[in-house]
Design a protein around this ligand. Sequence first.
Ligand SMILES: C[S@@+](CC[C@H](N)C(=O)[O-])C[C@H]1O[C@@H](n2cnc3c(N)ncnc32)[C@H](O)[C@@H]1O
Length: 249
Amino acid sequence: MPRLRGPVLIKPEGETGWPLINEHLFGDSGTGGNNVTVRPEVLPIDWAQIMGRDAPRTLEIGFNRGKFLMELAQRWPDHDHIGIEIRRRFCWRFANIWGPDPDAPRNVRVVWADAKRVVSDLFPPGSLQAVFVNFPDPWWKRRHEKRRLIQPDFALELQTQLAVGGEVWVKSDVADIAAEIDAALAAAPGFEGPTPFGEADLPLTYREVKCVAAGMPIYRFRYRRVALPEGASPLASASAPASEAPPEG
Ligand SMILES: C[S@@+](CC[C@H](N)C(=O)[O-])C[C@H]1O[C@@H](n2cnc3c(N)ncnc32)[C@H](O)[C@@H]1O
């Protein structure tokens, strides 16, 4: 399946631009990236109308070349899969490759935006069946640490968007980043884990293929959303210190 090359500078528009839903969300398929907010007139998002059916929904944050997203769409055909990616070229390329392809799975859509800004507008609480966080950027420099994707506040947001029984699946090749994500998820009330998973449980991402080939350790674990005890606040503090590295999957 991996067809990862394609035009990155052509704005996807019209009928063949269907994989990218920025026009619907933000008014133009050329509007997206860091600072966009969803147009109030399309809220709440009518996913059944966008997807043409009402199916359980998943989210991949940072889909990059889209290898994992498209393979997951084929592997889990009964689900609808939404990818959010902050970089325009990956979103436009994805739409320009798959939009004109009559054989492309239709249970996938992508959004060019900062996931942290748009997730709560895109998905009602309890509406996601799975969230995939695959090899998030490590942002090594101390002054850039704040840019890391899974911080305690975002862990709480993901917990809110997941359905009870839904799961957040994490993969990383960086032990410290895996440990930090593990700590953020463990501290959010309503998450149970971590449970390790294996290479074969999900499609491989573009980066994962390289890590596997190089024999690098990969940390793979998931947390399941469980019901909160009666009276418990979903907003309890999630600021536990980073734990030891979570299990390698
Ligand atoms: C290290 S790459 C991993 C790509 C891919 N998941 C893989 O495993 O091959 C991280 C990706 O996340 C995207 N990204 C980073 N922060 C993001 C955010 N806040 N919202 C959406 N995408 C983001 C980056 O642009 C990049 O494509």
